[in-house]
Ligand binder design. Structure first.
Ligand code: DC
Length: 223
């Protein structure tokens, strides 16, 4: 079997990673792994306050979780214990729970093993915070997307509206800003670009412009 080809896409909340990762996965006809969804789903399953449990209880609960990825492109399906994830996890509240759990080394280790296991057999666009730095540092294509907080909140606002989950823009600015600070400043696998990653500031770029740049970079690296 050929070695899976991995493209990593890291960056803060609301930068447009998911939209771009799905488009790239369709373009290159490979699977799409949303690792933020793994943290959200873990938080959804363990529930509010689980980050304060003692470590044995957290480890016991993690042992009951099994993630699988099937399909390809934007039709890739991530399942937890054989049940496909739903839009229930797509709220800022669940994202914050995920961010809280993401500070706990046992949770990161558990999900790291699950993510690498998927990447052993499947070519991937892997989206998250530490894909290029910790999970797949050997990946040939590593990208880090960034954008100003207000612009990211605006993009998330539009995304939530499209999903029928309207939000208040000022609340989003505050919630995303708080979550970013946590993700960037935690000790374990903080949000940051890989030393040899390609950084793209997307504040003043439209999604098509960023997509074209990413495709061109992947083609250059893989040719
Ligand atoms: O990508 P997202 O917004 O769905 O992620 C939700 C939270 O999960 C994010 O605030 C931090 C955590 N996370 C992480 O720590 N590492 C990842 N690779 C992906 C997400």
């Amino acid at each position: 079997m050929a070695t899976p080809f991995i493209i990593t896409l890291d960056g803060p909340a609301g930068v447009g990673k998911s939209t771009l990762a799905k488009r790239l996965a369709d373009h290159f006809e490979i699977a799409y792994l949303d690792t933020g969804a793994m943290f959200r789903a873990t938080a959804w399953k363990l529930g509010e306050g689980s980050w304060d449990w003692d470590i044995e209880k957290i480890e016991g609960a993690l042992k009951e979780l099994s993630f699988t990825l099937t399909g390809s492109g934007s039709d890739s399906v991530l399942s937890l214990n054989d049940v496909p994830l739903t839009s229930d996890i797509r709220t800022e509240t669940v994202a914050m729970w995920g961010s809280n759990l993401a500070m706990i080394p046992a949770v990161r280790t558990y999900l790291k093993i699950a993510q690498r296991e998927i990447g052993k057999t499947t070519s991937l666009i892997a989206e998250g915070r530490d894909m290029g730095t910790v999970i797949f540092p050997q990946a040939p294509c590593k990208f880090f997307l960034d954008a100003a907080l207000e612009e990211r909140a605006r993009r998330r606002f539009e995304q939530l509206e499209e999903m029928g989950k309207p939000a208040d823009i000022n609340d989003l600015i505050e919630q995303i800003g708080t979550r970013d600070d946590k993700d960037r400043n935690r000790k374990e696998a903080p949000l940051k670009p890989a030393d040899d990653g390609i950084i793209i500031d997307t504040t003043n770029l439209d999604i098509d412009g960023v997509f074209d740049r990413l495709v061109a970079e992947v083609k250059k690296i893989s040719s």
